[in-house]
Design a protein around this ligand. Structure first.
Ligand code: ADP
Length: 497
């Protein structure tokens, strides 16, 4: 089957990598299906991309923000027209089912419109000066060239969270998509280009992490770095950026807990757990991976969840009847398999799944059976470490306080959920769960783009994507003092007449 060759986008030109090497993007549901061939880039390509972005910044920073926003608005409209095609492309390269890839494109559309609106806000402050005839204000300024490193699980939404706020704020960008999912970033950037984005404002360089990602982080011309991915790589990225005093936003793993109390609407909780644990084949940083069950409802909940997990249809996400797609690559299958072995050795009880699906229709893809473990203890590795696959652990608790302790007893702090109809406990959960996101009577997944997204502890380093948190990352504050008294006035000293 013939496939298309994609090049890097640098300074408005589509160019081959200086390495002369390429790699294949292969459908995880069907190894016969080659989605495309992409450049395997290295530091020399990053140098060129950063130079192009720095040149483009000279004029882009001076384009009025409402005009920059018009390009984003138009991008949202173009994405809307191409939504179905891009969703199909994304299912082919990443695996998740069409309903979800449509949602992924929609998230980019939502972000485009939201950030387009910001073009007419980007508020700063005006505030009184302590001195007479002096005006004081703070203004958001762009940072400069921003480097972006993206993961494969939200191949268009996450790049849009990074690119669109950066652009409306007046920055230029060099983005490296994940090696498993470069096409969705191309599709996103193609819309920006078609909407009239000037050359060099966004540059795409594809390739592998250490070769094409690391040079973005260390490049002296890159003024800020936004990374989403694993905690292991995030640590390297953060340390490198810190060595260069570079602002760096890290969004990493999770081990997200859903607490189900004995007064919960049980069928609703089962429905939420099914979606939270097995949506996106468990490959979300917000995936529900621990379900903390009040002992009074544990047996009934478990029976219902296992029955529903067993009935899920696993397969090629392009088939509309499929509910759970493949994992993104063989490495993820190996991780899921390894954790299932660890869980069994630790004494957890496997209720369903637990292994890759390889027979018949599954032989050309990376499929893993939806998996439920019971009798999990809070300290077990299966309850502490991120699997990033369709594997969920059930942990019993005696009451709400114990549930809180279990939920908080991990290194991560991204998303959490409580199913209960007790309003007092719901408010305590909102206050006491150590996480960047808490849902009440909804699963741990389902973030909306206009709210801050990110977590505490090892999940992140304090920055937020989404909402106005993104503007805080992609701008730097300048305080401006304007003295119209026509004399020298000294702050803190000339306080009298
Ligand atoms: P995942 O396990 O979700 O694939 P990774 O952290 O491995 O997450 O990858 C996330 C992104 O980080 C990808 O774009 C990958 O290419 C990139 N990456 C991997 N290693 C490095 C590195 N050493 N420096 C910079 N980026 C990297």
């Amino acid at each position: 089957m013939s496939h298309k060759l994609y090049k890097n986008l640098i300074g408005g030109e589509w160019v081959a990598s200086r390495t002369g090497k390429t790699f294949l993007n292969i459908n995880p549901a069907n190894s016969d299906d080659i989605v495309g061939e992409f450049q395997s880039s290295s530091a020399a390509d990053i140098d060129n991309a950063v130079a192009a972005a720095a040149e483009a910044w000279k004029s882009w920073r001076l384009v009025p923000a409402p005009k920059r926003a018009e390009i984003l608005y138009k991008t949202g409209e173009i994405l809307t027209q191409r939504k179905e095609q891009y969703a199909r492309d994304m299912t082919r390269e990443m695996g998740k089912v069409l309903a979800e890839t449509r949602g992924d494109v929609q998230e980019a559309i939502d972000t485009a419109y939201y950030m387009a609106g910001e073009g007419r806000r980007l508020f700063g402050q005006t505030t009184p000066s302590e001195l007479k005839s002096k005006f004081a204000m703070s203004v958001r300024m762009p940072v400069g060239v921003c480097g972006m490193i993206a993961p494969w699980n939200f191949p268009m939404a996450i790049p849009s969270w990074k690119l669109f706020p950066a652009l409306v704020c007046g920055n230029t960008c060099v983005i490296k998509p994940a090696e498993d999912t470069p096409l969705s970033t191309y599709n996103l950037v193609q819309c920006l280009v078609d909407a009239g984005l000037p050359a060099g404002v966004v540059n795409i360089v594809t390739g592998f992490g250490p070769d094409a990602g690391a040079p973005i982080v260390s490049h002296p011309g890159v003024r800020a770095v936004s990374f989403t991915g694993s905690s292991e790589v995030g640590r390297i990225v953060g340390q490198t950026a810190a060595g260069n005093f570079k602002p760096c936003s890290l969004e990493m793993g999770g081990k997200n807990a859903m607490i189900v109390l004995d007064d919960a609407h049980l069928d609703l909780a089962v429905e939420g757990a099914l979606w939270g644990a097995f949506g996106t084949t468990g490959q979300r940083c917000t995936a529900t991976s621990r379900i903390i069950l009040h002992k009074k409802i544990a047996a009934e909940f478990t029976e219902k969840l296992v029955a529903r997990a067993d009935a899920l249809k696993v397969g090629d996400g392009l088939d509309e009847s499929v509910q759970v797609g493949p994992q993104v690559n063989q490495q993820q299958i190996e991780t899921s398999t390894r954790y299932c072995e660890i869980a069994k050795k630790e004494g957890a009880k496997l209720l369903t799944g637990g292994s890759a699906l390889e027979d018949g229709t599954y032989d050309k893809g990376h499929f893993f059976a939806p998996t439920v473990f019971a009798s999990v203890k809070p300290g077990m590795r299966i309850a502490q470490e991120e699997v990033f696959g369709p594997v969920v652990s059930l942990i019993e608790c005696a009451d709400f306080d114990e549930a809180l302790d279990i939920a908080n007893g991990i290194d991560y702090g991204l998303s959490t959920a409580l199913y209960s109809r007790d309003v007092n406990l719901a408010f305590r959960a909102m206050r006491d769960l150590e996480a960047g996101i808490t849902y009440i009577n909804a699963p741990t997944i389902g973030a909306e783009v206009h709210l801050p997204f990110g977590g505490v502890k090892h999940t992140g380093n304090g920055h937020r994507e989404g909402g106005t948190g993104a503007l805080d990352f992609y701008t730097t504050w300048k305080s401006v003092y304007f003295d119209y008294s026509d004399k020298l006035q000294r702050a803190q000293i000339d306080t009298g007449e």
